[in-house]
Design a protein around this ligand. Sequence first.
Ligand SMILES: [Zn+2]
Length: 279
Amino acid sequence: MIENILSVDIEEWFHPEAVQYQFPTEIWSEQTGRVDENVEKLLNLFDEKNAKATFFTLGWVAKEYPGIIKKIVDSGHEIATHGLMHRMVTKLTPEEFEKDLGESIKILEDTSGQKILGFRAPTFSIVEETFWAWEIMLKLGLIYDSSVYPIWHDRYGVPDAPRSVYTALEHEGNSLTEFPMSTMRLFGKNIPFGGGGYLRIFPNWFTRMGIKSVNKEGLPAIMYMHPWEFDPEQPKLNLGKLQSLRHYYNIDKNLSKLGQLLDEFKWTSFKNVIEKNSN
Ligand SMILES: [Zn+2]
């Protein structure tokens, strides 16, 4: 049975691109934090289902709540980076990106005691015009990235990127592996499934079909989620119709939907998959 990859992007309810414009960084610390108890829900579920995961954590969260990092590490999961301040790579210069990523790695390594190996860009912002970022990841000692979404989408996506794991960059014997987000081929198109809004909006039979179809191709499926997607009590913002659907739909059912999928397939971290393949 193929081991699939479980990942969580750790950020607060006010960090996602769809809402962040209402929350300038200066007021982040004044908001009521909810990430701690939401991560706890996920950790308990993963423990119960015997699943391991990679937690792409925002450096800002690690600095504000070092206790969360300790809980994740003590439960045997991998800590990786989601950047420092949840800024899309498309909005940064290479110098700004290097500073943001470098600081996040330092905070996460100091609080977790783990070597940070991987990155997931906020809002999947590794797209054609930001492929330069791979060089900086490699320079800062990362060995993998999981930020490319091989689909068409209004906010992100590289529609013609490979759908399977590939080497993004090689330099002096070091290489950076890209794990693109999972898609299945349907009607000649790459269809996303198994993460974020797709996981909440699509019924589980659809997600299950996606996982099985990529496993049939010999690939691990990659699931991704955010702590706020399991929090029906979070402050609700006025986002307009489309964004509200994407952002809040099915949050109350998400934990039980996820639980079913954790039961039906085997789940582990990026680090474990990479180690297994290099042996
Ligand atoms: Zn994020």
